[in-house]
Design a protein around this ligand. Sequence first.
Ligand code: ADP
Length: 322
Amino acid sequence: MKRIGLFCSGGDAPGMNAAIRAVARAAIFHGMEVVGIMRGYKGMIAGSFRPLDARSVSGIISHGGTILRTARCPEFLSYKGRKKAFEQLRKAGIEGLVAIGGDGTFRGAHRFTSEFDIPVIGITGSIDNDCFGTDYTLGFDTAVNIALDAIDRLRDTAASHDRIFFVEVMGRRSGAIALWSGLAGGAEAVFIPESRENLRAVARELVEGRRRGKTSAIVVVAEGEEAGGAFEIARKFKGLTGLDYRVTILGHIQRGGSPTAFDRILGTRSGVAAVEALRRGKKNLMVGVRDGKMVLVPFSRMWNRRKVPDLGWLGLVKMMSV
Ligand code: ADP
């Protein structure tokens, strides 16, 4: 394989730049040419390509976001759109692809490779850590640490004013960020979409905690929590207890900023593994990490099963807030 294309698609995640740098440099190391495809499938269809050399990825390992930009592309859902994309790749002499994205990106890639003669290897970029087949997705560790930093700061003000804070973190379908940042931040309770926490029981525990001398509390809520997000939960909580509260929504702050060492290393190892896979003639696989080792997982495995965080951790949160 002489020339590969590389793109980011779907939601952005810190560490994507580390993966871009690794793919580019590993490919160049092996004598291949690398083409950056701007804005995911959208740029592929439009032929928005830029050659990447070793220096064009200098200094990006410490930056969040993605220098290749990312986008969603409804046109790629149609055969016509995908055909156009393939013609652009052919014209540019691109023989293989590395896709950095999430579940949707890989669904698109899977369809694309089954219709056209182009191998694709995927790298999971998702702050939610919700991809089955890998222990960690790129960006999760950074997002958890950003949420944790915010929780630590809120704890200072909560403690000073004897307040209860409801902190909403990202995770529409996945409670992993909430669970990890909540446990690490010493939260009194965590609400996640995968588990139906009993609001009444949590309210009772917070009131009892006050009696035991807990003057402040932090409740972490995943945005996709069924009960309706932090504002709704806090409102119901006030109805049950009469206690005053504050709500903080962290939102997109969790996507930005410098990636942690963990995500930079994961991005680097994933990028190298993706290039190796293409060189060995592999296709339709996602690079994952399991028990510290890089593994290749068929795309199809990802969406056959849903990854659920360890719900036993909710018990740990409770035990630690005794
Ligand atoms: P993520 O990769 O973060 O899960 P999306 O679900 O938005 O993000 O998917 C990113 C892009 O992948 C979509 O905008 C679309 O272009 C493409 N895509 C998603 N699902 C499919 C599909 N079933 N067939 C073809 N392309 C798809």
